[in-house]
Design a protein around this ligand. Structure first.
Ligand SMILES: *[C@@H]1O[C@H](CO)[C@@H](O)[C@H](O)[C@H]1NC(C)=O
Length: 268
């Protein structure tokens, strides 16, 4: 069975593909730099930078499973993808994306401990703890995502095989299934809730506490420095979770064709 990405219908698609590719290439270069710099500089061997390192690696993985295929589709003007390839892409995209969520949570927690409990920080965030956090962030969502992918791929597809998205993901594929997919939608919803909303809430709580703590700092320069550190994190968190929530947690009937692409661009 073969799905087809709609690549040449509207100008938006072409522009979206090119913008996506360019952004991803620059992202990848940036990520390689981050990994190299944090590896080389001994000052940057703190949990925050180790998490950032892993996050960069995940972004490289994410780009690797989405961009080459997209670029090939665009260059050959064919958007065919087999069910197996689509399933593999879906699985990797969600595994890497899910791990990114969890690493953002780990970073928020690290910042929370550093700002709110500075004295016991080395005790709380010791080597064993952050290695365990990193391993958990990589593997914890994997079984659920593999299970979910298998379940979606065992659905019946008939009628339209056209994917209105830049890559295979649960919502655009689920949309193509025929028959009653209510149960699948519910399980996808639950899985997404657990792996997006829970980290999201934990992240928000951490930042809430961090901000409350910053407001208590009496020196103006200390306050500014803490806000500066925190605001860049917060922007990433808002954009990242915002797009993930819009893509995965809106009901199937509300998703207009092509919207997913614009949202994916924002995500990048
Ligand atoms: C990711 O995290 C692990 C465990 O903390 C660490 O050993 C590794 O250097 C990190 N970075 C990458 C790129 O894997």
């Amino acid at each position: 069975m073969v799905f087809i990405f709609n690549i040449n219908e509207r100008a938006l698609n072409k522009n979206a593909h090119f913008t996506f590719t360019l952004l991803s290439l620059s992202q990848t270069i940036k990520n390689i730099f981050i990994i190299l710099i944090t590896r080389i500089d001994p000052v940057l061997q703190t949990p925050m930078y180790i998490f950032l390192n892993n996050f960069s690696l995940l972004e490289i993985c994410y780009v690797t499973v989405t961009i080459p295929r997209m670029l090939m589709n665009l260059l050959t003007q064919k958007g065919n993808i087999s069910l197996v390839a689509c399933a593999a892409q879906m699985c990797f995209v969600l595994m890497f994306g899910g791990s990114e969520c969890l690493f953002l949570t780990a970073m928020a927690y690290d910042l929370y401990v550093a700002i709110c409990n500075p004295l016991p920080y080395p005790l709380v965030m010791n080597h064993k703890v952050y290695v365990q956090l990193a391993i958990a962030a990589w593997v914890v969502a994997v079984p659920a995502i593999i299970g979910q992918t298998c379940q979606i791929c065992s659905l019946l597809f008939c009628g339209s095989y056209i994917i209105y998205h830049l890559f295979c993901d649960f919502p655009p594929i689920l949309k193509l299934a025929c028959g009653d997919t209510f149960l699948n939608e519910i399980t996808v919803y639950v899985v997404t809730m657990v792996f997006i909303m829970v980290p999201y809430l934990l992240t928000i709580v951490s930042y809430g506490k961090i901000i409350a703590n910053i407001l208590k700092i009496s020196s103006a320069s200390g306050k500014a420095k803490a806000f500066y550190t925190c605001s860049s994190h917060l922007i990433v968190v808002v954009l990242f979770y915002g797009t993930a929530i819009i893509t995965h947690l809106q009901p199937k009937t509300n998703q207009s064709e092509g919207n997913g692409k614009v949202i994916s661009l924002f995500y990048m």
